[in-house]
Design a protein around this ligand. Sequence first.
Ligand code: MD3
Ligand code: FE
Length: 203
Amino acid sequence: DEQAFAPGALLLPGFALSKAAALLDTITAVTAEAPLRQLHTPGGQLMQVAMSNCGDLGWVSDARGYRYQALDPNSDRHWPAMPALIKDLAAEAAQRAGFADFRPDACLINRYLPGNRLSLHQDLDEQDLSQPIVSISLGLPAVFLFGGLTRADKPARLTLRHGDVLVWGGPSRLRFHGVLPLADGDHPLLGRRRINLTLRRAC
Ligand code: MD3
Ligand code: FE
């Protein structure tokens, strides 16, 4: 029941469901080494969503800007390695969407608590924008906003549920997108939170 809901965008409902518990275990291990933290935007705002990374490169934001870097700024150590479970799942999802050679080098971990939102933005910090982005949703459902190629385009809404995987490539790669404030709830596996894994080829 995969669904191409925009050119280059493929929703794979429940694609990660059978691996959710194992994914959560790997995320718990990664965030024990590189703890989730709230970053500041270059403009000085504290982001609501807490973030960490695994893989060769991790996405960070601070007063100097947005970028990918090999070291966790909190520890000056390399980010934890990307677990094969996550890398392989993302490559398999990308393949289904027609990206045969997706080799992610960066996995951003986003942790949402009730009330947390992510404002509308474009993902522009990656070198090769012909490479897709794969996102894996775990825990509480979230209302995802996907807009057009300008901020003025009115975004459509899509609920992302536990186990859903999305592939964004081609003409959808540069769409504006965001997440509405997370509604409270209690997920059987994750409790009162949502975790999103976003896999990218950063360099
Ligand atoms: C559409 N994360 O990390 S995932 C992000 O749910 C981010 O945490 C959101 O936006 C989250 O940058 C959305 C789905 C997603 C990710 C990247 C995209 C959708 C996208 C890039 C282009 C278009
Ligand atoms: Fe994004």
